[in-house]
Design a protein around this ligand. Structure first.
Ligand code: ADP
Length: 277
């Protein structure tokens, strides 16, 4: 099964870092405001191919907003986000007018945006579509890939997460853990360069948390590039190549799991860890 999962992942994701591009994701000076409320205060984050970055921090520190900006679900107020070297956002000039871009440039940007997979806290599956169609919709409609090939890969993805035979089920017929496994498959079916997970186990019954974390761990071990906002400190310790601590819209410090979780430099990090460990 491990060899099959590896083969599958090699097929669905970029298994090699693109030459000459050190970072899959590069966020530089990202500011996000809602009205006067500054939620991200100049965030810099560079993520290399194959890294598993766990983002930790108190509620309201900006973790979800950062992921939503990285996925272009939220436009940034200022700063730059690049995926595979392509800038995701639409720049505005000083007057606030959007810069006109060519249709070719727009296609390149849309392709880069499609390479960012997202797994949400509340699964966010399409309730009116079967599991199979949840996986196949974007690859067929948006990415214009061969429907036969997409369906074949979708079936193999479902098997790989223990959901063989669930292709015709509807989301409401599945447990939360199963729905989240489908959501991971849906993200993978779009051949992402990077997967973003926004507190993927927070909405699950405690006994379902392990099955989702297990799959995320396997993806990380297979070389998937991932950014995970989580309160699961044991997952961060076990699986992260890097832990980033956020507070008040800033990255306060980042380092290996040992550095951040066992021996944090910043008093604010220590204080937070005392409340969760
Ligand atoms: P976290 O994921 O760390 O809990 P969030 O990114 O969800 O933090 O929220 C950071 C701050 O941004 C919070 O104060 C929240 O109220 C605010 N915020 C998030 N989304 C919006 C929005 N759409 N409109 C206004 N404020 C928002």
């Amino acid at each position: 099964p491990a060899a099959e999962a590896k083969r599958l992942l090699d097929e669905v994701v970029l298994s090699e870092a693109p030459p000459g591009r050190p970072h899959v994701v590069s966020a530089r000076g990202v500011v996000k405001q809602f009205g006067d409320h500054v939620v991200l205060n100049g965030v810099d984050l560079n993520v290399r191919h194959g890294e598993v970055v766990c983002v930790i921090g108190p509620s309201g520190s900006g973790k979800t907003t950062l992921l939503r900006c990285l996925n272009n679900l939220e436009p940034v107020t200022s700063g730059v986000i690049e995926v595979n070297g392509v800038e995701l956002g639409t720049r505005t000039d000083r007057s606030g007018a959007r810069t006109v871009i060519t249709s070719e440039r727009r296609r390149v940007r849309d392709r880069a945006r499609a390479r960012v997979g997202m797994v949400f806290q509340q699964f966010n599956l399409f309730e009116n579509l079967t599991v199979g169609k949840n996986l196949a919709a974007a690859p067929i409609r948006t990415q214009k890939r061969d429907p036969e090939e997409v369906r074949r890969v979708a079936g193999r993805l479902l098997s790989a997460v223990g959901l063989a035979g669930y292709g015709n089920a509807y989301p409401h017929q599945l447990s939360g853990g199963q729905q989240q496994r489908v959501a991971i498959c849906r993200a993978l079916a779009a051949q992402p360069s990077v997967l973003l997970f926004d507190e993927p186990t927070s909405a699950l019954d405690p006994e379902k948390v392990g099955e989702v974390l297990q799959i995320m761990q396997e993806l990380g071990e297979l070389g998937m590039t991932m950014i995970v906002s989580t309160h699961e400190m044991s997952f961060a310790r076990r699986c992260a190549t890097r832990v980033v601590f956020m507070d008040g819209g800033n990255i306060v410090e980042s380092g290996t799991p040992q550095q951040i979780l066992e021996n944090p430099r910043e008093p604010r990090t220590r204080q937070f860890l005392r409340t969760v460990l």
